[in-house]
Design a binder for this molecule. Structure first.
Ligand SMILES: NC(=O)c1ccc[n+]([C@@H]2O[C@H](COP(=O)([O-])OP(=O)(O)OC[C@H]3O[C@@H](n4cnc5c(N)ncnc54)[C@H](OP(=O)(O)O)[C@@H]3O)[C@@H](O)[C@H]2O)c1
Length: 291
């Protein structure tokens, strides 16, 4: 049994993670920005010293990828300085730190999937801030794990929006959908990620791990599958290039993360993203979520 403190517990990932961990034998301390603002170094220190978790799972982050291009200071304050605050207090109390990171630390120019030993080269402010967060964790806390994932999709969290919900919403609004076809990745469902993270948490090994569902697709492929599975194949959908879909932040063309390290440790990979998407729709129906 472990005493685990989770930051960002009301976020999309944090919500599913806390729900999953609470089914096990662990004591789970769920914190949100209201009880633990990671940019407040004194508060971080006070909370960690008084609660004394054995493990901190740090999911809290500034995640507005496009807005980060104009809110660089805020993004860095949360993802770099905030992570540094968490790392310093973990070091002080001897807690293990599990940091959730992203495919966006890479530039996407590699022709094959990224592995744990590849060198990050972020191409947007958010990616840079998460990479600096990784560096803070790596240099400040000996007992650490950096768990990168990609294209996260979950039912819960503030606002309840994710790529699947955006597609369903646009389909209901009767819009012709224009979806990017030249960025490929691995959609990863937060309820599956939570299962794998718990297994990784039990490992003695430290360092970087890649945790994603399997299979690969473009955003366009994913959107088409969402329409098919939701019975909306009638909706017109057009593939477009990233250049035709201007966004403030550049995004990696290749976001595929492989995990030879987990394979070598005998940990079986997560299911294919299509299967997880089917499960998402079942869970969505049960939760009573509307289009
Ligand atoms: N979404 C993806 O596709 C993706 C992919 C790979 C990795 N990741 C990583 O996975 C983690 C979870 O992402 P997510 O998509 O679940 O994000 P999310 O839904 O935006 O959740 C992030 C949480 O962090 C909280 N937060 C923001 N500033 C904070 C602060 N100063 N102190 C404490 N909490 C703060 C947010 O609270 P408020 O909402 O109240 O601000 C929110 O609850 C992040 O570390 C992210 O970088 C995400």
């Amino acid at each position: 049994m472990k005493k685990i403190l989770v930051t960002g517990a009301d976020g999309m990932l944090g919500t599913d993670l806390v729900r999953h961990l609470r089914k096990g034998p662990h004591i789970v301390l769920a914190t949100t920005i209201r009880s633990l603002d990671i940019t407040d170094r004194d508060q971080v220190r006070r909370v960690l010293l008084s609660r004394r978790p054995g493990v901190v799972i740090h999911t809290a982050a500034y995640t507005a990828v496009d807005r980060a291009e104009t809110e660089r200071e805020l993004c860095m304050a949360v993802n770099h300085e905030g992570t540094k605050n968490i790392a310093l207090s973990c070091r002080e109390i001897g807690a293990e730190l599990i940091y959730i990171s992203t495919d966006y630390v890479f530039d996407g120019k590699k022709r094959t999937p990224y592995v744990e030993t590849d060198t990050p080269r972020p191409i947007n402010v958010y990616g840079e801030s998460k990479w600096l967060g990784e560096e803070a964790v790596r240099t400040l806390v000996e007992r650490h794990k950096i768990c990168r994932s990609s294209w996260l999709i979950g039912l819960h969290g503030v606002g309840g929006m994710n790529f699947v919900e955006k597609i369903l919403h646009a389909a209901s609004a009767g819009n012709v959908l224009r979806v990017v076809d030249d960025q490929i990745g691995r959609p990863t469902f937060t309820f599956d990620f939570a299962l794998l993270l718990e297994r990784v948490m039990g490992l003695h090994e430290r360092g970087i791990f890649h945790l994603t569902n399997t299979g690969e697709c473009s955003w366009y492929d994913l959107a088409r599958c969402v329409l098919e599975m939701s019975g909306r194949s009638d909706v017109e959908i057009v593939p477009v290039s990233s250049a035709e879909y201007p966004a403030a932040a550049r995004r990696p063309a290749n976001s595929l993360l492989n995990s030879p390290r987990l394979e070598s440790l005998g940990i079986s990979p997560l299911r294919h993203w299509r299967e997880a998407l089917r499960d998402y729709f079942i869970r969505r129906k049960k939760s009573g979520k509307k289009d």
